[in-house]
Design a protein around this ligand. Structure first.
Ligand code: MN
Length: 736
């Protein structure tokens, strides 16, 4: 078990002017809040943060990192929250602990194995400080080392996550020792049987392997000494179990068919020349396998790894690998970025340390970038990094479904993008969203780690507005597609009505014509259109005149004969017209069921009220726009007479509420506003807004927005306002 004094000793040895006081306080705080907690092994919980802190001290990380190691689980596992932590330890440590807590949260959520790639990206996306990665790796390594007390299923799950997420990160950072240990422990816990079997197979061969290794190292030693080549150490080793197992599986080999079961390594003093000289000695002793020589010294791997690799044919005909590297290269190969400081000057000032940390940050970002950008996680890929971006993860944001499935979206995405990413049906019927349990506007920007729940209503439809705040092309395309479908459906419907009206004018059956598929198709073709529907749509859009369509349908002769413009009206028709005119109905009006439905929208300029005389205007993409007949815009619209249609209000029981603005001019005296709102309330009418001001000529101007059902209702409101003492005039105001 580690003691805090051991940790402090390491920090004092490795760091300039360390803030030991901070580490002691962190230790006390952690001990206090984890007190009484036990690990699965039965040991006090504190053992774990201490072990993590020790590893970080070993890596020569700063005292902030070491203190964070001590505190890394207090928010996750005790009652301490971030604010409390901040009040004791300040922003920097709190920020690091927050990052670690978020990552812990991700691990708890993700259960699907195929999400590994995404989880790894997300873990990295959450890292705003590179120290978080190193602390997390230390945390994970200690947990892996001590997992024998957990249940097998839990061990397997954590190990799989380690294999999928943390071992590749360690590899990327060049932390060879960390990666090997994580992988071997994971292998052991995911496939305990195979691990046992394979290690037994190796053990059986151990004496023979050791003997072979000894012969090899002796021979190397002799060769180097005879040639005066300096060396620090010659190592002989047996291949790691996990990489051996992977190789056997991938190549479908048995253990006896593996040629590189053993390997030798020469570590030379810190001058790369020594490596090349040593290489020449090796190639002098044994014959090299030509295509297997690799010079990672001249061209280092992008994870900083440097070494010479050569395979030679041994005395018994079996080939084996020899790696040659300097002491410094060896440390980098084992510890990767964590070795970064070890070769800095021993006596560093505080400022140099900060610069050094900054350098480390850049290195880590550079190394981790490919992990995030490539979709295939081919761990052997040694592609060089094309660009050096400071923002590691500028492009993506990762959010969860309530069930923990990860959805990867571009930055700036909203719940609507999320909804369409799940399923187009979900997007189409989306009516609201919750983020982390709270209802939010649909245009809210998603943040990393958000849990997003989409609220849907089965008959709900997409909105054109959404186009203003979706960023994914998938969502955009679906919404556009829906709008154009919708517009087409509307224009077909309008076209059908217009054509029906026209046939009635010619006194032929609309049904007969519209159901005459051949004729409709023929006419459509004459207009260069494919189908009858296209013809109707074209009429609806106002591109094709129904009268001309009828001319083509009837043929010139018949058309002339039936043309209502040349035909005399029957007495009945004349009589009906008179009656309709008398009761205030348009002759062939389209019935407006309500406003703002599929076919019709209310014109903003005059805001027509149910009961008021109205006229319709076919507007591209909006269907029929309903204007008040007296609207001043209507006169201008009349220029395009073909698009003007008669419309009338349907008799309806549905009480649709509409807001109307009224302006009352009054004498300038107190209580006017109250008097008017009282009068409106008395006739049980809703008030949306009311405001008063004084005009230049010292009159009261009171603007009230009321909610009315129709023209009659509005008239009643106006009358009741007019009766309030002091009111001079009342008028309706339109928005423009
Ligand atoms: Mn932990």
């Amino acid at each position: 078990m580690f003691r805090i004094e051991d940790v402090i000793e390491k920090v004092e040895k490795n760091r300039p002017e360390p803030n030991i006081e901070l580490i002691r306080r962190a230790y006390m705080f952690s001990a206090l809040h984890h007190r009484g907690q036990k690990r699965a092994s039965g040991e006090p919980y504190l053992v774990h943060p201490l072990a993590v802190a020790d590893m970080l001290a070993e890596m020569r990380l700063d005292e902030v990192s070491v203190s964070t190691g001590l505190l890394h689980d207090v928010v996750e596992d005790t009652l301490i929250d971030l604010d409390t932590l901040r009040s004791y330890f300040g922003e920097e440590i709190t920020h690091l602990v927050d990052g670690l807590t978020k990552i812990a949260h991700i691990s708890n959520l993700s259960k699907e194995k195929q999400q590994a790639e995404n989880v790894r990206k997300m873990v990295l996306a959450m890292v705003t400080d590179v120290r978080v990665v190193l602390i997390k790796l230390a945390d994970r390594l200690h947990n892996m080392r001590t997992m024998q007390f957990l249940k097998p299923e839990k061990r397997a799950r954590i190990s799989q996550e380690t294999l999928d997420i943390y071992a590749p990160i360690a590899h990327r950072l060049g932390m060879g020792k960390m990666r090997s240990e994580l992988e071997d422990l994971s292998f052991q816990n995911i496939y305990p049987e195979e691990y046992k079997r394979l290690s037994k197979e190796v053990e059986v061969r151990r004496p023979e392997l050791d003997e072979a290794l000894e012969k090899i190292t002796k021979k190397i030693e002799k060769g180097l000494t005879e040639n005066d080549v300096p060396y620090v150490e010659i190592q002989g080793r047996v291949k790691r179990l996990y990489s051996l197992w992977k190789k056997l599986k991938k190549r479908k080999l048995t253990i006896d068919q593996v040629y590189d079961l053993i390997a030798a390594r020469i570590i030379t003093p810190n001058d790369r020349k020594n490596c090349y000289v040593a290489l020449s000695v090796i190639h002098d002793i044994w014959t090299p396998v030509p295509e297997r020589f690799k010079d990672w010294i001249a061209i280092p791997r992008d994870n900083l790894y440097q070494s010479l690799h050569t395979s030679v044919i041994g005395d018994n005909g079996q080939s084996f690998e020899v790696q040659i590297r300097t002491e410094e290269m060896h440390h980098v190969a084992e510890e990767g970025v964590a070795a970064h400081w070890k070769y800095k000057e021993k006596k560093l000032g505080k400022q140099d340390e900060d610069e050094s940390l900054d350098e480390l940050r850049k290195t880590v970002e550079k190394l981790l970038l490919p992990l995030v950008e490539t979709t295939d996680s081919n761990e052997d890929s040694e592609d060089f990094i094309e660009s050096l971006k400071l923002d590691l993860y500028p492009k993506d944001v990762y959010a969860f479904t309530p069930r923990g499935k990860i959805v990867q979206l571009p930055r700036g995405s909203t719940p609507i993008d999320f909804a369409y990413a799940i399923h187009s049906e979900v997007g189409d019927t989306c009516t609201g969203a919750k983020i982390n349990g709270r209802i939010v506007p649909l245009k809210s920007e998603l943040q990393n780690g958000d849990v997003v729940e989409i609220l849907t209503t089965s008959n709900s439809k997409p909105s054109r507005d959404w186009l203003n705040y979706v960023v994914t092309s998938r969502a955009r395309n679906r919404i556009r597609h829906w709008i154009s479908d919708q517009q087409r459906a509307e224009s077909i419907e309008i076209g059908r009505k217009l054509l029906e009206k026209e046939t009635e004018k010619f006194r032929i059956s609309p049904k007969k014509m519209l159901n005459d598929d051949d004729a409709m198709k023929r006419i459509a073709n004459e207009y260069g259109l494919g189908r009858a529907e296209d013809l109707l749509a074209s009429i609806g859009y106002g591109k094709t005149l129904p009268r001309n369509v009828l001319a083509k349908y009837l043929g010139a002769e018949k058309f002339a004969e039936l043309d209502p413009e040349k035909r005399k009206e029957t007495r009945l028709e004349t009589g009906m017209k008179a009656v309709k005119k008398f009761i205030g109905l348009g002759e062939d009006a389209i019935i407006v069921q309500g406003v703002d439905n599929l076919l019709t929208t209310r014109a903003r300029c005059c805001n027509p009220l149910r009961g008021e005389p109205i006229v319709g205007y076919i507007s591209l993409g909006k269907g029929i726009v309903i204007h008040n007949k007296n609207c001043r815009n209507v006169k201008q619209l009349m220029i395009n007479r073909d698009r003007v249609v008669d419309v009338e209000w349907a008799k309806s029981d549905s009480q649709e509420i509409q807001s109307v603005k009224i302006l009352a001019t009054t004498e300038n005296r107190t209580g006017m506003l109250a008097g008017i709102t009282n009068a409106i309330a008395e006739i049980k009418t809703g008030i949306r807004d009311a405001r008063a001001k004084i005009s230049r000529d010292d009159k009261g101007l009171i603007e009230v927005t009321v909610e009315v059902f129709d023209k009659k209702h509005l008239d009643r409101v106006v009358t009741s306002i007019e009766q309030v003492p002091g009111v001079i005039a009342v008028e309706r105001v339109n928005s423009n």
